[in-house]
Design a binder for this molecule. Structure first.
Ligand code: CIR
Length: 253
């Protein structure tokens, strides 16, 4: 059974990092309720969900995606771009150790998992405010023996590469073309977000179904028209922390 690692919302979530959004109060109870809905969606798609306890000292720790890239052959433990987020990796190392050989991104390189998009054997790394070319170089070294090609991808206007583009089927990417150049992703098909919903490009693909936020009805229609199957969740509370649906899990077989 595939596994999803998640972590409960920190009671300190209102002290989260923010890059492109103005700070707004986050309703902790509502965020926890939506997180439960997300966990239920993962379970409904057949995943075994492991839920780590909330950490009151790590405001952004619900966003476990940023701490690692888990592949079939190994995992890379990131070195998150924001200083406040570095300690988040410790508990994830413990959780992943029984499952995978681990490689660690070494200082001073920085990369957030939200900047890492894998499509088959191609791995794209967003060159954002959080991730740099030095981390891309280390990932190339670690992953070349397994046949992966790791490439940097310029992103503008958003926090992470996966704010701008995610996979919604084997050969299709959901993209905000204002934030990333589609030419980078050779051989893929594209569904563009509804331009009135700039944050709509983040979806979690599990098998042939995506988990997708209820906040983007225009883009949802485009996905439906393309025949993409969806489980819809409410995710607007953690969106105030600049988090989207991929951020809240690490999924692997
Ligand atoms: C941060 O700025 O690091 C958090 N407030 C949001 C991280 C969202 N993570 C993700 O998109 N992978």
């Amino acid at each position: 059974m595939p596994i999803a690692i998640t972590r409960e919302v920190s009671p300190a979530v209102n002290e989260c990092e923010l890059t492109n959004l103005e700070r707004q109060p986050i309703d902790y109870e509502r965020a926890c309720g939506q997180h439960k809905q997300y966990v239920a969606a993962l379970r409904s798609l057949g995943l075994e969900v492991q839920i780590l306890p909330a950490d009151p000292h790590l405001p952004d720790s619900v966003f476990v995606e940023d701490t690692a890239l888990v592949l079939d052959e190994c995992a890379i433990i990131t070195r998150p771009g924001a200083d406040s987020r570095r300690p988040e990796v410790d508990s994830i190392v413990k959780v992943l150790t029984p499952y995978r050989k681990l490689f660690h991104i070494q200082a001073p390189a920085r990369v957030d998992g939200g900047d890492i998009l894998r499509a088959g054997k191609s791995i794209y790394v967003g060159l954002s405010t959080r991730s740099d070319t030095s981390a891309v170089g280390q990932m190339q070294e670690y992953l070349r023996p397994y046949g992966y090609e790791v490439k940097g991808a310029t992103v503008t206007g958003c926090l992470h590469l996966k704010s701008a583009v995610t996979q919604v089927s084997k050969d299709t990417l959901l993209i905000n073309p204002e934030w990333v150049d589609r030419q980078l992703f050779k051989g893929m098909k594209f569904i563009e977000i509804d331009p009135s919903e700039p944050y709509a490009a983040n979806a979690v693909l599990i098998g042939e179904t995506i988990i997708y936020p209820s906040s983007f009805p225009g883009t949802q229609k485009r996905l439906e028209a393309a025949g993409i199957r969806m489980v819809i969740v409410d995710a607007d509370e953690l969106a105030k922390a600049e988090g989207a649906v991929t951020c809240c899990s690490l999924i692997f077989n």
